[in-house]
Design a protein around this ligand. Structure first.
Ligand code: UDP
Ligand code: MG
Length: 320
C-alpha cells in the first residue's frame, strides 16, 4: 500500500447525526484531490452509535482509518492522537459537525502547494451562534494575543492544514497540556490564513460545554503566558501602596483631627477583606500553574486506546 499524501484528522464525540453527511461531503472533496488520502477518525469515547458507524465506514472504504479512546479525553487530546498516527505529507484537522466547510480544504491545499507549511482557517463570522459565545470568543482571542509572546492568530480554531514538518515537531513535543492552536503558532515556519464563514452545526448539540470552553481558555492562557504569575507582584505593590496611604491618613487624623469617624472598625474590616482576597487570588493563580506542573511531572500517557482500525503509530512503524 502506498503512503497517502493527504491525511484528514477528525475528532468525534457523540456525532452519530453528523457522520454520514460529513463522510459524504468529505468523499466528494477527496475525489478532487491529486493524491491518495487517508481519513483518520478519532472516537473520543462516544456513548452513542458513532463508533459502530466509524467501524462500518472502515470496512467499506479502505481510506477510512480510526482510533477509539477508552474514555472521553477531550477534543485537543483527540486531535493530538490523530496527529500521532498520520502518514500523509499534508495533514488537515477539522471538526466532525460540518461547522468547518470541507470544501475549504481544496483552497488550503492550493495554498500549501504555494509553499506555506501552516494554513489556518480564520473565521470572518459565526452563523447562528449565541451572542454570548460570539462575544466571549471575540474577547478571549484578543486578550490571549495581548498576554502571549507567541503571535496566536485571533478567531482561528483547530481547522487547519499542516505540513509533515510541523506535525513531526508537534508530535515530538512532550507536553501533556495541549492547546493545539497555540502550539501550532509557536512552531513557526510560513503560516497564513484562509478566510471562511463558520456555518452552524449540521446536527446535534455542541459538545463543548461552558465548563470545557472555560477550561480550554484557561489552558490557552496558562500555557502561553506567565503574565498572571506576575500579577501577584503588581497586586502586592498596589496593596502596599494603599496600606501606606492609609497609614499616612491615620497618622494625619490622629494628630490633626482626632475625632474623625473614619478610623476604626470599618476601615480595618475593609482592609482585611481586600488583602485576604488579593492573597487568595494570587494563591489560586499559583495553583493553576502548579497543577499543570504536577500533570506534566506525573508523566502519564495522554490517552488510552481501546481499539484501532488500519493504523500503526508512526514511531512504531519506523522501529520495525
Ligand atoms: N469533540 C471531541 N471531544 C470532546 C468534545 C468535542 O472530540 O470532548 C469533537 C466534536 O465531536 C467535534 C469537535 O470536537 O468534532 C468540536 O466540538 P464542538 O462542535 O462541540 O465545539 P465547537 O468548537 O463547535 O464549539
Ligand atoms: Mg462545532
Amino acid at each position: 500500500m502506498t503512503k497517502p499524501i493527504y491525511s484528514l484528522v477528525i475528532p468525534i464525540y457523540n456525532e452519530e447525526e453528523n457522520i454520514t453527511e460529513m463522510y459524504r461531503r468529505l468523499s466528494n472533496v477527496m475525489t478532487q484531490l491529486d493524491g491518495d488520502t487517508e481519513l483518520i477518525l478519532i472516537d473520543d469515547g462516544s456513548r452513542d452509535h458513532s463508533l459502530n458507524m466509524i467501524r462500518e465506514l472502515h470496512h467499506c472504504d479502505r481510506r477510512v482509518r480510526y482510533l477509539s479512546f477508552a474514555r472521553n479525553f477531550g477534543h485537543q487530546i483527540a486531535v493530538t492522537a490523530g496527529l500521532n498516527f498520520v502518514q500523509g505529507k499534508c495533514v488537515i484537522v477539522m471538526d466532525a459537525d460540518l461547522q468547518d466547510p470541507p470544501e475549504l480544504i481544496l483552497k488550503m491545499i492550493a495554498t500549501w502547494q504555494q509553499g506555506y507549511q501552516v494554513v489556518y482557517a480564520q473565521r470572518l463570522s459565526r452563523k447562528r451562534e449565541s451572542w454570548l459565545k460570539r462575544f466571549t470568543a471575540y474577547a478571549f482571542y484578543r486578550f490571549l494575543q495581548r498576554l502571549s509572546k507567541v503571535d496566536i492568530p485571533t478567531d482561528t480554531g483547530d481547522f487547519c492544514l499542516m505540513d509533515r514538518q510541523v506535525v513531526d515537531i508537534l508530535n515530538a513535543m512532550p507536553e501533556r497540556n495541549r492547546y493545539i492552536r497555540g502550539l501550532r503558532a509557536w512552531v513557526g515556519f510560513n503560516q497564513t490564513a484562509v478566510h471562511f464563514e463558520r456555518d452552524p452545526r449540521f446536527a446535534g448539540k455542541v459538545k463543548y460545554s461552558f465548563g470545557k470552553s472555560w477550561a480550554l481558555a484557561i489552558d490557552g492562557i496558562i500555557s502561553f503566558s506567565t503574565v498572571p504569575l506576575k500579577l501577584a507582584t503588581y497586586l502586592g505593590m498596589l496593596s502596599a501602596g494603599i496600606a501606606l496611604l492609609m497609614m499616612i491618613l491615620v497618622l494625619y487624623w490622629r494628630l490633626v483631627d482626632p475625632v474623625s469617624p473614619l478610623i476604626g472598625f470599618t476601615l480595618i474590616t475593609i482592609a482585611m477583606f481586600f488583602l485576604g482576597s488579593v492573597q487568595l487570588i494570587c494563591i489560586g493563580i499559583l495553583g493553576e500553574y502548579i497543577s499543570r506542573i504536577y500533570e506534566e511531572v506525573k508523566g502519564r500517557p495522554i490517552y488510552t486506546l481501546k481499539e484501532t482500525g488500519g493504523l500503526v503509530r508512526v514511531s512504531e512503524m519506523s522501529s520495525k
